[in-house]
Design a binder for this molecule. Sequence first.
Ligand SMILES: C[S@@+](CC[C@H](N)C(=O)[O-])C[C@H]1O[C@@H](n2cnc3c(N)ncnc32)[C@H](O)[C@@H]1O
Ligand code: SF4
Length: 374
Amino acid sequence: MQGLYVHVPFCPTLCPYCDFHVVRRHGGIVEAYLERLAAEARALYERYPDPPKTLYLGGGTPSFLRSGELRALFAALPWDIGGAEVTMEANPGTLNAERLALLKNLGVNRLSLGVQSFQDGVLQTLGRAHGRRGALKAVEMSLEAGFRTSIDLILGLPGQDVLADLREAAALGVGHISAYTLQIEPGTPFEVLGVRLDEDLEASAFEQAEETLGQAGFVRYEVSNFARPGQESQHNTLYWQLGFWGALGPGAAAHLPAQPGKAPYAFRSNNPPLPRWLAGEAPAIEEISPLEHAREALMLGLRLHEGIDVSEIEQRTGLDLWSSLKSVVEPMASEGYLRVQGKRLQAQNLGTIHPLILELWEALEPTKTAQTPG
Ligand SMILES: C[S@@+](CC[C@H](N)C(=O)[O-])C[C@H]1O[C@@H](n2cnc3c(N)ncnc32)[C@H](O)[C@@H]1O
Ligand code: SF4
């Protein structure tokens, strides 16, 4: 287990576009959550006692927990997190100096702030609980308190001056920026209201992001993520490299190794939503075959600027992947979409990788793939 994800499902207000697993807090629910979390953590620790290299508290809004609750949450995790990258997601408006000192004390060293935009009109459209001033204040306090600081932006929204948001983000002194386009998720108020987005605007927003953030020293190291050198998220990189991580909390998903040398290669375990999780329901387990792992690793790895080394995936899974990929990869390389060095594949342009991923994915369909050991 190289990393650990902890899902904290509580938010001060529920945003009309969000379909993460979130609830409002109400009498006794946080206490019940913390009690169940401690039991789940003890059980995971028994199987995986080695300290994870990364810990990520996401949500929801972990920073919405009260001070005593945050202390209880960290006390519930038996691992030594002294040397780990410890990230917490935080909303502007849930931080003050005292709160930041507590987080530091508990071992948090990286904050991921849900800024979305620095424009009041855009934040109102998104139904956010904070405005421009709140966003700027949160970033300033986080940096001043010495946290590695990342901000989330949503780009291409109606009425948004994208360039202004990007310039402002680049000048703040943060080391990491995640930039998304708004996804209209089924069942959210935005979907019900029929909110529509302009896809051209979104595509040009990412071109602007690459240029503006690039000039300020950020590298687009993953499709949606920009970092100054050395400031990349180690935890999210573990997801894109399809490593192994544990997960605690309602709705949380883990990816863990199966027994070495035996099929399946790995398994995913998906925790049930809050009420069933509180009642002690076990996670749903899905077995991942070596070929499924290889396909997923390829899809995720191509999202990274550094790309993916197919020979490494062949070693992991014992499969010969190259004989199925070779004939698809070669034209992609000669047409200038893909850089190929040995068996390392790297996208020339992270803005246009989706058709490439689809083709490579299809090339590794079980019917087309000889599952001979590599
Ligand atoms: C799980 S949220 C948690 C962060 C924190 N609760 C907040 O909202 O500030 C992480 C990030 O996902 C992004 N996000 C959430 N819903 C989205 C959607 N429907 N489309 C695009 N991005 C979304 C936002 O940028 C958000 O900051
Ligand atoms: S605060 Fe973040 S996690 Fe909570 S509802 Fe809004 S976007 Fe979703």
